[in-house]
Design a protein around this ligand. Structure first.
Ligand SMILES: [Zn+2]
Ligand SMILES: [Zn+2]
Ligand SMILES: [Zn+2]
Length: 152
């Protein structure tokens, strides 16, 4: 297996996360984890099914789906609602609460810190009387690489 780039999560890290959360690491799950670890940016179940087929990895669609659910439950991947109404998954290299900035062209994703949301939610609580206990925020746009490429 080739070495992962520095900011990427190695398959072993994902496997350890599952182990630590008490999930049994079957060969099929390990195979799916490998597919996810080599993904850059957002992906969906169909992408992983195609990856598995192309790389001759024996992972059934049901296994891929179930493994994604487990990884989402432990916070290693996150399910994103895209602006076009579809959804996809992204691998989380950050643990704990964070946000994503996703390129709408190449689907590359960056994990972001809280971005001053605490100030905003406090202000909204004061103005509405609600007690806010969670929020979701994803940002979408063009990454530097995709800005350079002129649209055809
Ligand atoms: Zn994330
Ligand atoms: Zn891009
Ligand atoms: Zn936040």
């Amino acid at each position: 297996m080739s070495t992962q780039a520095g900011d990427q999560l190695a398959p072993d890290d994902l496997a350890r996360t599952l182990d630590g959360a008490g999930y049994r690491m079957t060969d099929a799950r390990r195979a799916v984890v490998g597919l996810i670890a080599s993904r850059d940016g957002t992906f969906d179940t169909a992408d992983l099914v195609a990856d598995a087929r192309r790389r001759h990895v024996p992972a059934a669609r049901a296994t891929i789906f179930r493994t994604l659910e487990i990884l989402a439950a432990v916070g290693a991947v996150e399910r994103l609602d895209l602006p076009n109404g579809e959804h996809s998954y992204v691998r989380c290299d950050t643990r704990g609460h964070h946000h994503h900035l996703v390129c709408t062209d190449c689907q590359r994703s960056v994990d972001l810190e809280e971005l001053g949301m605490a100030t905003i939610t406090t202000d909204v609580e004061r103005r509405t009387g609600y007690v806010i206990d969670r929020h979701r925020l994803e940002l979408f746009g063009l990454c530097p690489n995709c800005q350079i490429r002129t649209p055809s």
